[in-house]
Write a new protein. Sequence first.
Length: 355
Amino acid sequence: MYTRDKTRRISVGGVAVGGGAAVSVQSMCNTKTWDAAATLDQIKRLVAAGCDIVRLAVPDARSAEALHEICAASPLPVVADIHFDYRLALKAAEAGVSKIRINPGNIGDPERVRAVAEACGTRGIPIRIGINGGSLEKHLLARYGRPTAQALVDSAAGHAELLERFGFRDICLSLKSSSVPLTVEACRLAAETFPYPLHLGVTEAGTVYGGVIASAAGIGALLLEGIGDTIRVSLTADPVEEVRAAITLLKACGLRRGGVRVVSCPTCGRTEIDLIATAQQVEEALRDCKRDITVAVMGCAVNGPGEAREADYGLAGGRGEALLFRRGEILRKVPEAEMVPALLALIEADAEGAI
């Protein structure tokens, strides 16, 4: 069985990727990179959300120049996203980025790829080869007729071979598509084919609702098989939402601990409290809590008390009231209007008392 510890390990500004390292979370700023102040402000928000690595678009010389200021001040390793102009990759390397994402196929002449490989090799900067189903080489589309898993792997193999030919081995791969089944199939095949760490993601996944579901289906399936070393949940949304979704996904796959896990039951005709609003209030209030705890918000007497007893803290709803639990012990009944304040006050008091 494939496991993450069988891949090569690279270092992205001190964050280990591959070789059995913990799966890291990435996002990408949507600011204009040339606006260093706005970009750094967004990076700070991503740090607070739990991001490990941040990627920035570098479409022009103005943006490349701003990398000097950004890299010097960024609390996260910075990845430069480069397309078409290899000179921007050279400028990014000089500016101090921690990784460069390129598609060697659109860089042009192999000698330009050599220049990027040498600049990164000298500075210890890894390169991610990004392969997307929507931008495959024409000869591969002609051979396979459409984007297929084998076509994506063939593209990655050609680009990786080119870098290896120039003596560059600190390679990370990503094989992405907006199709979840295609992404999963391509990454499975890549895991069997290459020694490189894999960056997982479903590209152009969509808005928050649909994008999170698509990403959970694709990235989650691969993670549970032991495939994938770093992830990005791509959403048409605030990048902070990408990080929150990615961390929640890692927790669901048993690959990250820490922070609050809210357990809440689906509503049904037995529910006697406003369970939907209550669960949302609790989740929002505890979003930034770093304690490794499980909080149950349950709606009725069928499963409620049992689930609440298994959690660190819990509410089990009754008719206009709820039982308040701490680690299996019923503390008291509280009226519905006081449920959430009582639960939050208990959690806060325990945190202050280090219980």
